[in-house]
Design a protein around this ligand. Sequence first.
Ligand SMILES: Nc1ncnc2c1ncn2[C@@H]1O[C@H](COP(=O)(O)OP(=O)(O)OP(=O)(O)O)[C@@H](O)[C@H]1O
Ligand SMILES: [Mg+2]
Length: 280
Amino acid sequence: MFQLKNVTRQFGKKTAVSSVTFDIPQGQMVGVIGRSGAGKSTLLRMINRLVDLSSGSIDFDGAEVSSLRGAALRTWQRDCAMIFQQFNLVPRLDVLTNVLLGRLNHRSTVLSILNMFTREERIMAIGALERLGIEQTALQAAGTLSGGQQQRVAIARALMQQPKVLLADEPIASLDPLNAKIVMDALRDINERDGITVITNLHTLDTARNYCERIIGMAHGRVVFDGQPRDLTAAAVAEIYGADTGIEESMTSTSINIPAAAPQEETASAGLKPLALAGI
Ligand SMILES: Nc1ncnc2c1ncn2[C@@H]1O[C@H](COP(=O)(O)OP(=O)(O)OP(=O)(O)O)[C@@H](O)[C@H]1O
Ligand SMILES: [Mg+2]
């Protein structure tokens, strides 16, 4: 169970996240939406402490994660895995080694420096790759994989941390619609089968609606919507994205129901943020 109380982050005079308060029960799948600059990434980064809070507190299962230091902070960052839009793999290393890197926080520094992994860890890594359907890529350099495959490697690496929480910062923003679906299905499976809380930033409304039982809408650093997909009315969408943007749901769609003969450019650009949402 997460409890965020008045979570605030300032960068100089800019308030990126402003007095955010909400609870998340264990095992929920939450989508965070909002236009560019709304504070979505900063919020996720504060949860796993890549960014410190300016004020407020974040508790997980009764422990205050916002004040952890040293080894306790590293343990939290192991329990709270994170995946990113750009995958953050080591491109020259093979896929299996990239996945094994997810074990680093579980082991002694000496073993880590020697880059020695146990037989059990290797079996676990292959199992994670099999779960994501990409075990055949195990010995390939990660940089040679498609974006969708790379994101699945990143998820497999996150699973190696045996996390309690999985944070995903726009995990499908660089992917074509089919790979976006594969990655979102994988996140849903991890949430449902393993009971891991998933909090994911998304720039597409339909993805948030289809996959998340709860949607948090942010605007100007504040939470302006917190509810179930069915509560996300046109008025709520206008408040999240700004009434001036003229947002229509179809503009943010990553639906895979595109014609099979769609031109290549169209498919390639489907993962890009719509201009209106990018705040341009
Ligand atoms: N390290 C930083 N230094 C200064 N300002 C920052 C920093 N990180 C974020 N900001 C500012 O905080 C605000 C919120 O940024 P954030 O990246 O959290 O937004 P976002 O909702 O994730 O946007 P996007 O959809 O573009 O990813 C923005 O105005 C941004 O410029
Ligand atoms: Mg962001």
